[in-house]
Design a protein around this ligand. Sequence first.
Ligand code: ADP
Ligand code: MG
Length: 427
Amino acid sequence: MRSIFGKILLWFTGMLVLAVVSFFAVSVLVAPRRTDDRFAGTIALQLDGARLAYEWGGRAELAAFFGRMARQFPGQAYLCDGKGRDLLTGDDRSSLLASAHVPGTHPRGDAPLILTRASEDGRYRIVVVPQPRPDMLTPLPYYAWIPIAIGILCYVLALHLAAPARKLRAIVDRFGRGDLAVRAGFTQKDEFGDLARAFDLMAERIERLVEEQRRLLQDVSHELRSPLTRLGYAIALARTSEDREQGLARIEKDVGRLANLVSGLLEATRGDGERLADTRDVPLDVLVREVADDCRMEADARSCRVALGPMNPVSVRGAGELLRRAVENVLRNAIAHAPAGTTVDVSVQAAAGMAAVSVRDLGPGVPEDQLEAIFRPFFRVEGHRARDAGGVGLGLAIAQRAVVLHQGRISARNAHPGLEVRIDLPA
Ligand SMILES: Nc1ncnc2c1ncn2[C@@H]1O[C@H](COP(=O)(O)OP(=O)(O)O)[C@@H](O)[C@H]1O
Ligand SMILES: [Mg+2]
């Protein structure tokens, strides 16, 4: 059975048939055949009455008694002596007596109901054969309608239960054919709802991933285009102009830029799943101090200062060179955006198994809605572009990759004035 719908239908119908059959079996075969204990009282009275009638008025009175009795209890009744001889007709009733039952016992199979009772002194026995109740089996044809009615209900139920599976399948199909924006959007709380929500989450992630890749590809092409165009001009110039050296120098510069771009791109987008190869304990405070020293000259050139705040000694496990590049990119950004005469504050703090590097400048900051975007490759805040002419927008992407490889987190927030970039790493 390949469809859930068919399975449900089959099981429900099976259970239904079983229930109906058991009900029949119990109600038709067992219950009516069990003689009621109340027969015992009635039959004792009948025996007493018949005996009294017989002893007082002989056969005539006995016949009259049975006649009266038959009006109350339709069926046959016989009074016999101890040996089973019918006291009314003289017939031998011993075979009937042999197949009779004492009230309260279970007759076996489909034997007719025959009840008997003996007097206490053993001189009389009464045999009663009640007329079978003619209405005993009449409800049976109506029972047949129950499975039909419930079968229809089961069919509707099965349709209803299988519907979400079918709907989900159609949605997965559409997604598979490239409609990445499609979502199930189920609100139900059952397993199908859970499955649909899991699918929606997955679709969300895949769509975002594909979108990111597409944007990256666009950005890369865009970034490559201008140096390539310039190269084309420079080559044309080198061919025609007198001063070949100047043309070649330009070509060299652009080739260098392209090489930088490509290696930066490689560094920023290398598979995120990859693990750090050889790790060792890196003293973070020492590393940050070194980076700050290295950047002093650059800061001087922009007439600002790098000031060290609290420098808690703390070590992180990882690759020193990657971490150094991360901190350097963040610090150089801060210096690049710091107005002349201001300081850039750098600190290293350790708490609760985490180390945090903070770099804060007093520059223009970043618009709130772009605080996450600045970590994307090639993203540059509009207006910052001209000032930070050298950068292509890969610095923070490289830093983020390095931090994520160390199971850390990098984030930026506006400190009004300026920007604070924080790197959190497990110590
Ligand atoms: N300290 C900062 N203050 C203001 N803007 C910043 C700062 N750091 C980074 N940004 C913004 O984030 C963008 C991305 O930074 P980054 O990835 O280092 O690229 P790049 O420095 O090459 O432009 C920058 O172009 C700049 O607009
Ligand atoms: Mg930068």
